[in-house]
Design a protein around this ligand. Sequence first.
Ligand SMILES: [Fe+2]
Length: 397
Amino acid sequence: MRRDFYMPTRIVWGEDVLVHIGSFLRDLPVKNILVVTDPIIAGQPFFTETIARLSDDGFRISVFDECGIDARVAHIDEQAARCRRESISAIVSIGGGSVMCTGKGIAIVATNSESFREVTGVGNFQKEALPMVMVPTTAGSGSEVSQFTIVKDDERHLKLLGGGPLSFPTVAILDPVVLLSLPQRAATFSAIDALSHAIEAYLTDLSTPFTDAIALEAARLQMASMRGSILDSDAKARGNNLLASAMANIACGNARLGHAHALSLPLEGHLDLPHPLGVGSLVPWTFKFNAEVVPEKGTTFAQGLGVDIKGLSAAEAVDAAVDTIFELYDALGFPRHLSNEQLPRDRIPDMAKLAVPGMYGSTVPVVIDQTTVIASPSVRAMTVKHATEIYELASGR
Ligand SMILES: [Fe+2]
């Protein structure tokens, strides 16, 4: 079988590397830039200093600072039209996952269509997206090294995925200084999402020795740096946390994401659950579910998470890994379970059926019953019945 590993994004990192942003843009080269951010980041000194520096460097800057908790189709379509109208030739995204996903959506639509709805799915557009420079202000989504963007369609209550080889960011600038502005809760949520990317990437049918090595090291770095980065604001830990979240996404960009992300999608689209809460509550259980069919990989990953596996069976090592993940949640104040308000019990059967299409644009079967398999590249096939059980576990029932 043919296998492939592709990651063309240039990654630069280190304390204060953001001050050199102009030199990366000059290399492209571009002149008119749209800077995408959210209202909170727009008020941070590092943001205003970056804009001033870019202006001094001779770039013409337009700013879109209305991103919210999710990337939205309406924002993307409107700003892509603005790019065409104003001859904007590059997008700089400074923010968390939703900001970077908005910037990527704009970059794709600006060169390919009138609306993001026309380019959803994997590789469903022909022209190279506008050049993108990404500055993540959370150590989480990994969107800065990913070809994909996840966008909320408010009209249809859906989360849409789009992207392909022509929509990788051009440059990712990982500067731990920008994480200082991040509230602890937001830092925790994004870090748990990043950990889930490493876990999911390790247990798919598309994983390779390349992605396994990156996912394992990402998880090890994350476990070693999250407490220091988030609770103590330790500078070295912040840097490692940023690197680890990018690594986790490089792994899942190639090996894809699995059941936890597939099952989280309907919770996000229909119940408005934040993405990290959905995936974070599901991933310990989907890890255990998958590891049952690949016990050696489960054990190796448990070891990567810091579990002392000496004398443990594979099943015990995986259980210990699940405990380790929950201990991390406790230390960071992340909930072990979803509440009944977040995932009402009577909605679970619906959610399990709505999870069937997965996140990569698979065709939905006409009839969905308890034996229908959720579309996901995870190593173990999950039926609607299994998904129901996983939702119950994630709800602490
Ligand atoms: Fe995620």
